[in-house]
Design a protein around this ligand. Structure first.
Ligand code: FAD
Ligand code: ZN
Length: 470
């Protein structure tokens, strides 16, 4: 392997082939710190030609490649296994904005661009790049596309796939597939771009993308409503969509227990209501006219919802700082749950209309089989996607509880299947759910996935052991 590493050094420069354990450490452990893998080296190419050169070397030497962006993924997709045979190929140095076209409303960026910087670059020219998630300060566009990331604006703008008009990809053979035309219409055969989006680096390496931009809204308003039940939240969603149409850009559900955890671990974040209510909805309106217009629409909506008994109370953020404070409560839920200790995460979706029934049924199953377990339920209700996380009973050893993880996953995921849902709505499969998903996909779906994997990556060097077994 020393010849292979020498050739890598020739391709990208010796200082960008890391082999010292201390230098590699940050690339080998996942964001949740649950797993640490081993690697032959971490290789940091500067441009697409260097990526292609490294992939060709890997193909020649049969060295597996684990692509990595910001390493914020939650399903162990971006870290290598413990064999020590793979390289981590970090796209972090590839962070140029190659083009910005305000007439075509597109931006062409390299895969290592951090999401927040892309949002800022769009804002500087009066445009909006709407992908938004709590990891935006460190996740990259390449990782967002490879996981088809969702986040809080999917309700209005769609997920990463919907926000991408073209890709540049290095194939597992080291060829460069250049398709950065930025067309909104192109029906010339198979949609190859879509294959690579959501493939979690198992079919090729995304090196650049054309992203879709939108006009910046004239005003954005955030409100927090207090409710009794998820059924009421669904009725509120229906009312809000009738009243606000496309102006409704976020609709997030959080249970009272979520906010209690946030308050316990981040007491500086103030709870907004004097009384506690069982559920809360954080909603956001983006208005193309004016703040006054947005205020009028939101106040009418809240008035109607109060009158119909769908909500018990509501707060409308009166300033940007207040809006940020409300979002901060939502964004601190996963952090607060982590502070509380080990827990079991689920990222599920069911048809929006069935969410309340799903929660009723699954909460009951879990409480019956795992008495005292604490459910941390929050997420993107407007997309039918919830983070349905389970914390151990207060006085039970977390490790004993985590040991029952498979049984708990089966209860949650079997129920998802019964309600016609998906066991991974936005985080992907990675190595974490590669076996779990086999329970829920049909044989023909699995066979077609394997066929695609074999066809594109016959040597199985692209992120092996993730998504689908070759
Ligand atoms: P990484 O973690 O580095 O990689 C993720 C996967 O993509 C891996 O399989 C990797 O091999 C592959 N990959 C990375 N770059 C490339 C590339 N250039 N070409 C090919 N494959 C590549 N996700 C959501 O969808 N919605 C959320 O709301 C959300 N919230 C989050 C909040 C927090 C606090 C955190 C930590 C994560 C959250 N995530 C969320 C998870 C989400 O998947 C990632 O944050 C993000 O999309 C991954 O980007 P990354 O650059 O960190 O990718
Ligand atoms: Zn999410």
């Amino acid at each position: 392997m020393s010849e292979f590493l020498d050739r890598c050094r020739e391709a990208v420069g010796a200082e960008h082939v890391l082999t010292d354990p201390a230098d590699m450490a940050g690339y080998l452990t996942d964001w949740r710190r649950r797993f640490t893998g081993k690697a032959l080296a971490v290789v940091r190419p500067a441009d697409t030609a260097q990526v292609a050169a490294i992939v060709k070397l890997c193909a020649a030497h049969r060295v597996p490649i684990v692509p990595q962006g910001g390493n914020t993924g939650l399903v162990l997709g971006s870290v290598p296994d413990q064999s020590g045979t793979a390289i981590v190929l970090s796209l972090a140095r590839m962070r140029r904005i190659r083009a910005l076209d305000t007439i075509n409303n597109t931006m062409t960026v390299e895969a290592g661009c951090v999401l927040e910087l892309v949002q800022n670059a769009a804002a500087e020219v009066g445009r909006l790049f709407p992908l938004s998630l709590a990891a935006e300060g460190s996740c990259t566009i390449g990782g967002n596309l490879a996981t088809n990331a969702g986040g809080t604006a999917v309700l209005r703008y769609g997920n990463a796939r919907d926000l991408c008009l073209g890709l540049e990809v290095v194939t597992p053979q080291g060829e460069i597939l250049e398709s950065l035309r930025g067309l909104r219409k192109d029906n010339t055969g198979y949609d190859l771009r879509s294959l690579f989006i959501g493939a979690e680096g198992t079919l090729g390496i995304i090196t650049a993308a054309v992203l879709k931009l939108f006009p910046q809204p004239a005003a954005q308003l955030t409100a927090l409503a207090a409710l009794q039940t998820p059924d009421d939240a669904l009725a509120l969603l229906d009312l809000a969509q009738k009243r606000c149409g496309a102006a409704l850009t976020a609709f997030e559900l959080m249970s009272d227990f979520c906010l209690q955890l946030v308050h316990k671990h981040f007491p500086q974040l103030r709870l907004p209501f004097p009384d506690a209510y069982p559920q809360y909805v954080l909603l956001e309106l983006s208005d193309s006219e004016s703040e006054e217009h947005a205020n009028g629409v939101l106040e009418a909506l809240i008035g109607d919802a109060l009158e119909q008994g769908l909500i018990q109370d509501a707060i409308v953020a009166g300033s940007l700082a207040q809006s940020k404070a409300l979002w901060s409560l939502r964004e601190h839920i996963p952090l607060a749950q982590a502070e509380e200790g080990k827990n079991i995460k689920h990222d599920i979706s069911v048809p929006i209309s069935r969410i309340a029934d799903y929660l009723r049924a699954t909460d009951a199953l879990l409480h019956a089989q795992f008495p005292g377990c604490r459910l941390v339920t929050f997420g993107h209700l407007g997309d039918g996607n919830l983070h349905y996380n389970v914390s151990p009973p207060e006085h039970e050893s977390p490790d004993a509880f985590i040991a029952r993880q498979d049984a708990i996953n089966h209860v949650v995921h079997d129920s998802v299947a019964a309600f016609g849902g998906s066991i991974s709505a936005e985080h992907g499969l990675g190595a974490l759910k590669i076996d779990e998903v086999i329970r829920y996909k049909s044989p023909i779906e699995l066979e077609l996935m394997r066929t695609l994997k074999h066809a594109l990556d016959p040597l199985d060097i692209m992120n092996p052991g993730k998504v689908v077994r070759a």
